[in-house]
Design a protein around this ligand. Sequence first.
Ligand code: HEM
Ligand code: HEM
Length: 183
Amino acid sequence: MHMRNSSRGYGAVAQILHWLTVVLVASAWILGQIGEDLGGDGPRAPGILAHIFVGLAVLAVLAIRLLWRLQDPKPKPEPTALGPWADRLASLTHYLLLVLLVLAPLSGVAFRFASGEVLPIFGLFEIASPMSGGRATARSVKEAHEAMANALFFLALAHGAAALVHHWLLGDRTLKRMLPGDR
Ligand code: HEM
Ligand code: HEM
């Protein structure tokens, strides 16, 4: 298996970073929903700390992904039965997913700070909140975080469903070229 992308498919590094992001986003979203149920509530509850850990890992993996992308260009669009409009829609979706991969975690950080809480960085150190917003600010930032997280989750579901349509209904290589064993 090759590390780098070819003109026809994704290399091992792009694939690992893609699927690692999928696992992290799904875990962050689930922990966001159930975090409070895992060992109590409050800003230092284990579920919330795990949620923050995983959410920040999404940002870290995205940074590595974008740096890697600078010297490993994407493959050409896979020829499919749908034609160029589908390629444009797929590119727009990928771009929006990347934007939401930044906005969902950053709005989480903003919410944490707006609540006046410290931000733990992978258990290594903490950053004190630079804000002293009131409850109303914290509530609206929380709503913004929820909206970004949900937009990311549901757009990713639609994107994943499109990949399955390509695989099972159209029978093209779109999904295969993001999986090991294909170049
Ligand atoms: C892709 C990354 C992330 C996703 C998908 C995500 C998703 C979510 C979801 C779905 C909720 C529940 C919202 C609600 O019930 O109102 C939530 C809550 C929260 N998120 Fe995130 N989040 C992410 C990253 C982060 C990051 C990096 C932080 C950093 C501080 C963070 C901090 C919080 C906090 C403090 C809450 C409130 C928990 C509570 O008190 O119930 N999130 N998140
Ligand atoms: C949080 C979930 C997801 C995110 C954020 C995400 C993001 C992305 C992005 C940004 C790309 C563009 C290529 C790149 O930058 O490396 C991509 C490509 C791709 N994704 Fe995802 N994805 C997610 C989930 C999924 C799932 C669940 C599937 C399959 C069931 C999937 C299948 C694919 C395929 C097949 C490609 C290649 C498309 C092409 O060659 O045009 N993705 N994804």
